[in-house]
Design a protein around this ligand. Structure first.
Ligand code: FES
Length: 169
């Protein structure tokens, strides 16, 4: 089912915010809506958004590729984005991400076999004095975690796993 069919009202509300001759500006909120659905933006969704906004699918794909918070393939339910930029590296971010991955049995950029966690290395997240730090991206948005240790992070991952298993109330 297309976005316009499934989320007709939301799509209309987004489009109504922009003048007809500037509707391309609706690309970001429409991509956000599309990503909320599956945790990533499918090729079909990119093509649909391109059609709605009179853009090419390549232009839409370029925007998805440019922004680190948009994704074009399915990964873990939670994306743990660890800052490994220089100031954080000086506070141990490289060692942190390496030992976190080793605890999870994956490499940077990979997803745990249960599909729960993807570990990504990213550039500055504006918490340079609080490393090791990361943000967790999920369908609910973004959550920051600062001054972390591998033990605290593994506890957080176990909690996310329990939350995922609990039936929705
Ligand atoms: S360098 Fe890591 S948050 Fe700024």
């Amino acid at each position: 089912m297309s976005l316009a069919q499934k989320y007709a009202r939301e799509v209309q509300l987004i489009l109504a915010k922009y003048p007809a001759d500037q509707k391309r500006s609706a690309v970001m909120p429409l991509l956000y809506l599309a990503q909320r659905e599956e945790g990533y933006i499918t090729r079909a969704a990119m093509e649909e958004i391109a059609g709605l906004l009179e853009m090419t699918a390549t232009e839409v794909a370029a925007i998805v590729g440019f922004y680190t918070l948009y994704h074009d393939r399915k990964e873990g339910k939670y994306r743990m984005q660890v800052c490994t930029d220089l100031p954080c590296a000086l506070r141990g971010a490289d060692k942190f991400i390496e030992s976190l991955c080793s605890n999870l049995g994956i490499r940077v950029g990979e997803t745990t076999p249960d599909g729960l966690i993807t570990i990504e290395a990213v550039m500055c997240l504006a918490a340079c004095d609080r490393a090791p730090m990361f943000q967790v991206q999920s369908a609910d948005g973004l959550e920051y975690h600062e001054d972390m240790t591998v033990d605290k992070t593994m506890e957080l991952i176990r909690a996310l796993g329990r939350e995922t298993k609990e039936p929705a109330r």
